[in-house]
Every structure is written in structure tokens, then in C-alpha cells.
Design a protein around this ligand. Structure first.
Ligand SMILES: [Mg+2]
Length: 210
């Protein structure tokens, strides 16, 4: 048990603040491609293509061109973007937890493996996303979790390191990498458990006293 509270809280985005389902995108794309539905799923979610996109190795135009070449997709980039990115559902208790931390004056950050089309959509549709102090997005830095470099970028952005950072992520590998740097990292399994972990770190005390 440490006696000092974390100075900042860093959130993963996918499956922590926003749930997502690529199946939604697959069903929307299906009428405009020339390959079977399960092949679309493999193409946009399980192939190296999405990794190349989210690691910044290719940009949005290149990603779209590769999807077109592999699937025969017959829509515009705007149509593709709408189908590909509108796959999120807000996890309201976690968004409320973030809002509570903001009210308490605790700096918050996003650390996400993601892509430009997803972030464009999230900015337009989820007002909470603008309320962080900073963002570390894999495609902008050309590095993905759990590589140490992206955690170092987050430390530099937050101006804190080690146990001064509390981190919430749903992927065990990403949590382990954060713990290796000395961060207080929580494997997000449910809003209730993550809220309890944030409270146990002492960060919600002031709100409870209101
Ligand atoms: Mg996640």
C-alpha cells in the first residue's frame, strides 16, 4: 500500500470507455464487396492490414486502397468511413467515472491503439472524448501498445511516471507492460471493478466527502 495518490489517470479507449463491434462494420460493408462476409471480417479485423493502419505504417488513403484491392469494395471513401468507424457504443459508467475525475481536478489522458477513421468518428459523436488533457494515439506515433516506446510518450505528455500514473486497459499484455514501467495498472473487467480500483487508489475521496 502506497501512501501517495496517483497524479494522473490514463485510460485505454476501446472496451474501456467505448465498446466496439467490427461485426457492425462487416454487415454494412457486405453489400458493396465481392468477397464472402467472413473474408471481410478477416480483412479488416484480423489481417495485418489493420495493424499496419493502427501502427501508422499506412495512412487512411492507403488503408482504403488496400481494402478496395482485396475486396472489390464499390463505395466511396466517405461511405467506407461511415461503415468502418460507426461501430462504437458508449460505456456510460466509465464515461461518468472519467467525468468525476475531471470534476476533482485530476488530469486524464487517452492511450489507445487506434486509427484515424475511428478517432474522426469518435470526436464527432462522443463529447466526452474532448475532455482529456492529452492523447497518445498509436497511428500518430507509429508505435502500438505494448511496445515500451508508447508508454514513454504517455509519461512525457503527462509529466509523470511510475506509481504517479494510474492506468486502465482491458488487454492483459498492455497492463503488464505498464506495470513493468512501475505504473499502477488496472486490468479493466467491469466498470464496477475499475471504479473500485480508482477509489482504492484514493482518487475519489474528495467526491465522497462532498
Ligand atoms: Mg482496449
Amino acid at each position: 500500500m502506497t501512501d501517495s495518490k496517483p497524479k494522473a489517470v490514463i485510460f485505454d479507449l476501446g472496451k474501456v470507455l467505448l465498446d466496439f463491434d467490427y461485426g457492425i462494420a462487416i454487415r454494412r460493408l457486405a453489400p458493396k464487396v465481392q468477397i464472402p462476409t467472413d473474408h471481410i471480417h478477416t480483412l479488416v479485423n484480423q489481417s495485418g492490414l489493420l495493424h499496419d493502419y493502427e501502427s501508422g505504417a499506412i495512412d487512411t488513403d492507403q488503408f482504403f486502397a488496400r481494402v478496395q484491392a482485396a475486396s472489390g469494395y464499390r463505395g466511396t471513401l466517405d461511405e467506407f468511413a461511415a461503415a468502418f468507424a460507426d461501430i462504437f457504443v458508449a460505456i456510460e459508467p466509465m464515461i461518468a467515472l472519467h467525468a468525476q475525475l475531471r470534476r476533482l481536478g485530476i488530469p486524464t489522458y487517452i492511450l489507445s491503439n487506434t486509427n484515424e477513421l475511428a478517432i474522426r468518428h469518435v470526436i464527432c459523436h462522443y463529447p466526452f472524448f474532448s475532455q482529456f488533457d492529452g492523447y497518445v494515439l498509436s497511428y500518430e506515433h507509429r508505435v502500438m501498445k505494448p511496445a515500451p516506446e508508447i508508454y514513454a510518450i504517455a509519461e512525457a505528455l503527462a509529466g509523470h511516471r511510475g506509481p504517479d500514473l494510474l492506468y486502465l486497459d482491458d488487454w492483459p499484455e498492455n497492463v503488464e507492460a505498464a506495470r513493468c514501467r512501475g505504473w499502477r495498472a488496472v486490468l479493466h473487467r467491469s466498470p464496477e471493478q475499475s471504479r473500485a480500483a480508482v477509489a482504492a487508489a484514493g482518487l475519489l475521496d474528495a467526491d465522497a466527502a462532498l
